[in-house]
Write a protein of this length. Structure first.
Length: 701
C-alpha cells in the first residue's frame, strides 16, 4: 500500500479523537436519560425518541469508528473536504467529515473527467478492520497535475470489483458512479423507475436512495409519514439490515409483501396457474365492497324496543338515519360504535316524545334502551363485527357469495377460485386479505373503546374523590380551590396517559415514500397493497422487465399509469459492474431466446474465470474444492433443494437469490426450472448471481 500522505494521517487522527469523544458524550447522555423518570404522555414519548436517536448515532460510531471516512476531495483553491458515512465535528463544532448525503459531498460521487464540478482530485479509501489498506486517486484536468496522488488507471470502483466478496454484498458507498449518484439524489415527488439488468447496481441505488431521502427530505421524517423499503424475500431483508446502518441510517422500516398482512407470515406459493392469474387481477379486489355491504344492509322489518315507560318503534327510516350519521371514512368495525350511539340517541328521542317529561329522565330512558338485550342482538345482526380472513374465506368457499360479489367472473373462473373452508392461504391471497382488512378495520375496535371509557371513568372518579377531599378540608375563604368545581378544570386533572396507547400496525401507513426492489414481479393486485399505503404516489421503483417471471409486455410507464400513477420518470442503468463477461456471455442467450427485447447490460468485468460445466454428481467435490481454495467469500448452490445451508455455502431457489450476489454459483439441473418465460428468467437470474465463478451442472447425455 502507498504510504499514507501526512495530511491525511493528521486529519484522520483528529477524526479518531473526535469520534472517541463523541462516543463518550453519547454514552453519558444515554445513561442520564435512562436514569431519569419515565414521565407521562408527550414527555415520555420525547424521552424515548431521544434515546432512540442517540442510540442510533452511537451505533454508527461504534460500528465503523474511524473508517466512517470514505475519502476526500480537493477543489481548485487547494481546499480539502473529507466525506463520510455521517458528519463528524470537532469540539469547537468545526466539520472534520461531511455526511455523504449533503450537497457539498455530491462531487465526491458525481464528478467526472468531462464534468469535474470544481475538483482537481478525488481520493477514495479502502478500509479493512479499521485500517486503510489501499486508496485510489483521480485527477481532473491540468490543475490536478501537481497534486500528490496515487493513481490507478481503472479507478477505485473498477479496481474494487476484483476483490473477493464478503458474506454480505460489498460496501460500495465510496464507489458510486455519477449516473447512480444522480438517481440517488433525485427528488421524491412522483414515481421514479430505476430500470437495469443484473449487476448494474439497482439494489445499491435503492439502498443508498433510502438513506439519502431519509436524511435530505423533510417530508420523510418520522412524524411526517416516513419511508418503507419493500424487498422480495427474507434473505434480501437480512442484507438490507446489514447494509443500511453503514450508510448512516439505523432502524429503516423494511418488509416483504407478506409482512403487510398478519396472515402472510406462513403463506405458500399458489400452485395453480389459473388461480394465480385470477387473483393477480386488481379487478378482483372490487369484490371487497359488495362482500362487506352484505353485512351493512338495513333491516326489512320494524323493531320494537321495550322499556318500563314506553315501547319505542324503530323503522327502516330510523336505521337509515343512524347509518348516515357516519361518514364514509371509518372502516366497518370502527364505524360500529358511532352508528350504535346514533341509533340509541334516535330511539331515546322517539321515546321521550311519547312520554311525560316528568315521568322519566332522558338519561334513564337512554340507559334502558342501550341495555335492552333484544335491541343489542338486533343491532349485531344488522352491523356485526367482521374478520377479514373469515370474509375472504367465505368468498372462496361459498359459490353464491362470490357470484354476488364478483358477477363479472365466468362460471369456470368461479369454479377455479373455489377452495375448501379452512384451506391454507397462498401468496395470491395477500392482496384480497389486505384490501378486506383495510375495509373492515380492527375487529377489536369496540372492545378497545369500551376499555378506554372504563379507564377514563375510573380515573375521573378517583380525581373527583381527591377534589372533594380537598374542598372539604379547605377553610380558607380566599383559597382558589373552589375553582375546582368547574368541569373544565376537573377534566384537566385527568392523567393524559391514563388510557394506554392503542397498538398501531407500523406497516399500515400511510407512508411519505415507498421504495420497491424487484418491482417487476408485483402483480396488479399486489401493487394496490402499496398504493393504499402511499396516497401521494411517491415511489422509487427498482426492477428489470427481463427478470419478470410472469412476463412484462408493457413499458414501465404504461403499466404504472394504468395502475394509478400520474407522474412517472425513468432512469436506465446499462453497465454491468458485477458479473464477469464470461458469465454474461453464457447467460444472455438464455433470456434473449424468450425475450428478444430483454435489457441485457454490457459487462465491464473482463478476465473472469471461464464458465465450468459438469454433472450433478460433481457438486460436493466442486464445493469442497472451492472452500479449500478460498478462505473468504460465499458460495451459493441453486437448484438442489435438499442441501442444508452452512456458514459459507447457501442453498437457495432462483427467487430467493434475487437481489443477492455470491463469489461462486453452482447451478444444478437448470433445465428442471421449467420452460417458457418463467424457467428462462430463473436460469438467467441464477447464473448472473456469480461474481467470480459460475458452474453449471446438468445430467450426462
Amino acid at each position: 500500500m502507498p504510504t499514507l500522505i501526512g495530511q491525511d494521517a493528521a486529519h484522520l487522527a483528529m477524526v479518531a479523537a473526535a469520534i472517541s469523544a463523541q462516543q463518550a458524550t453519547l454514552k453519558a447522555q444515554l445513561a442520564e436519560l435512562r436514569r431519569a423518570p419515565g414521565g407521562r404522555g408527550r414527555g415520555a414519548m420525547d424521552r424515548d425518541l431521544e434515546i432512540h436517536r442517540l442510540s442510533g448515532r452511537l451505533g454508527v460510531l461504534q460500528r465503523f469508528g474511524i473508517d466512517v471516512c470514505l475519502g476526500r476531495i480537493v477543489d481548485a483553491a487547494g481546499q480539502s473536504l473529507y466525506i463520510g458515512r455521517i458528519g463528524v465535528v470537532d469540539a469547537a463544532g468545526e466539520p472534520l467529515i461531511i455526511d455523504w448525503r449533503t450537497p457539498a459531498a455530491e462531487p465526491f460521487f458525481a464528478a467526472t473527467a468531462a464534468h469535474p464540478m470544481g475538483l482537481v482530485s478525488r481520493r477514495r479509501y479502502r478500509w479493512v478492520g479499521g485500517r486503510i489498506v489501499d486508496y485510489w486517486d483521480e485527477v481532473f484536468g491540468d490543475a490536478g497535475a501537481d497534486q500528490p496522488v496515487a493513481l490507478d488507471q481503472d479507478s477505485a470502483f473498477i479496481a474494487s470489483l476484483g476483490a473477493s466478496r464478503s458474506p454480505q454484498m460489498r460496501d460500495v458507498l465510496a464507489t458510486i458512479q455519477a449516473d447512480q449518484d444522480a438517481i440517488i439524489r433525485a427528488g421524491s415527488a412522483g414515481a421514479l423507475v430505476v430500470d437495469g439488468g443484473p449487476g448494474t447496481g439497482k439494489t445499491v441505488v435503492a439502498l443508498h436512495r433510502a438513506a439519502y431521502l431519509l436524511y435530505a427530505d423533510v417530508r420523510l421524517a418520522g412524524a411526517h409519514g416516513g419511508l418503507l423499503f419493500v424487498g422480495p424475500h427474507r434473505h434480501y431483508l437480512r442484507y438490507v439490515a446489514d447494509v443500511l446502518p453503514g450508510l448512516g441510517e439505523e432502524g429503516v422500516l423494511s418488509c416483504t409483501l407478506g409482512d403487510l398482512v398478519p396472515d402472510g407470515a406462513d403463506v405458500r406459493p399458489e400452485a395453480v396457474a389459473e388461480v394465480a392469474r385470477l387473483k393477480a387481477d386488481a379487478r378482483l379486489l372490487d369484490a371487497v365492497e359488495p362482500a362487506v355491504a352484505l353485512y351493512e344492509e338495513l333491516p326489512t322489518a320494524d323493531l320494537i324496543v321495550e322499556t318500563a315507560w314506553v315501547d319505542v318503534r324503530l323503522t327502516r327510516a330510523e336505521w337509515a338515519e343512524a347509518f348516515e350519521a357516519v361518514d364514509d371514512g371509518p372502516a366497518h368495525n370502527e364505524a360500529r360504535d358511532d352508528i350504535w350511539e346514533a341509533l340509541v340517541d334516535i330511539a331515546t328521542e322517539i321515546g321521550l316524545s311519547q312520554v311525560d317529561s316528568e315521568e322519566v329522565e332522558a338519561a334513564q330512558l337512554r340507559h334502558a334502551i342501550a341495555t335492552n338485550e333484544d335491541f343489542g342482538d338486533a343491532f349485531y345482526r344488522v352491523w356485526p363485527i367482521l374478520d377479514a380472513a373469515d370474509l375472504v374465506g367465505d368468498l372462496w368457499a361459498v359459490p353464491a357469495y362470490l357470484r354476488r360479489c364478483a358477477p363479472w367472473l365466468a362460471p369456470d373462473e368461479r369454479a377455479a377460485l373455489r377452495r375448501p373452508e379452512g384451506s391454507a392461504w397462498t401468496t395470491s391471497d395477500l392482496p384480497m386479505l389486505d384490501a378486506m382488512r383495510a375495509r373492515l378495520g380492527d375487529p377489536k375496535a369496540s372492545l378497545h373503546r369500551r376499555r378506554e371509557q372504563a379507564i377514563l371513568a375510573e380515573d375521573r372518579a378517583y380525581m373527583d374523590r381527591v377534589v372533594d377531599d380537598l374542598l372539604q378540608a379547605n377553610d380558607d375563604p380566599e383559597s382558589p380551590l373552589p375553582l375546582l368545581n368547574r368541569a373544565s378544570l376537573r377534566d384537566d386533572l385527568l392523567h393524559d396517559d391514563a388510557v394506554p396507547a392503542a397498538e398501531r400496525d407500523p406497516l399500515a401507513g400511510p407512508f411519505a415514500h415507498i421504495i420497491v426492489d424487484e418491482a417487476q414481479e408485483l402483480t396488479d393486485a399486489e401493487w394496490q397493497m402499496l398504493l393504499r399505503r402511499c396516497p401521494s404516489r411517491s415511489f422509487t421503483i427498482v426492477g428489470d422487465r427481463a427478470q419478470a417471471r410472469a412476463g412484462f409486455a408493457e413499458s414501465w410507464k404504461q403499466r404504472l399509469i394504468r395502475l394509478g400513477f400520474e407522474d412517472v420518470r425513468q432512469a436506465q442503468l446499462n453497465l454491468n459492474y458485477r458479473t464477469p463477461q464470461e458469465v454474461m456471455d453464457a447467460a444472455a442467450p438464455v433470456i434473449t431466446a424468450v425475450l428478444p427485447d430483454a435489457n441485457v447490460p454490457i459487462s465491464i468485468r473482463p478476465g473472469g474465470a471461464p464458465v465450468r460445466y459438469g454433472t450433478p454428481d460433481e457438486l460436493d467435490a466442486i464445493v469442497a474444492d472451492w472452500l479449500a481454495e478460498n478462505a473468504t467469500g460465499v458460495a451459493c448452490v441453486i437448484g438442489d433443494p435438499g442441501r442444508a445451508d452452512s456458514e459459507r455455502v447457501r442453498s437457495l431457489t432462483p427467487v430467493e437469490a434475487k437481489g443477492l450476489e455470491f463469489d461462486l454459483v453452482v447451478l444444478v439441473r437448470p433445465d428442471a426450472f421449467g420452460d417458457g418465460v418463467a424457467g428462462a428468467v430463473d436460469r438467467y437470474v441464477a447464473m448472473t448471481r456469480a461474481t467470480q465463478q459460475l458452474v453449471v451442472l446438468t445430467p450426462a447425455g
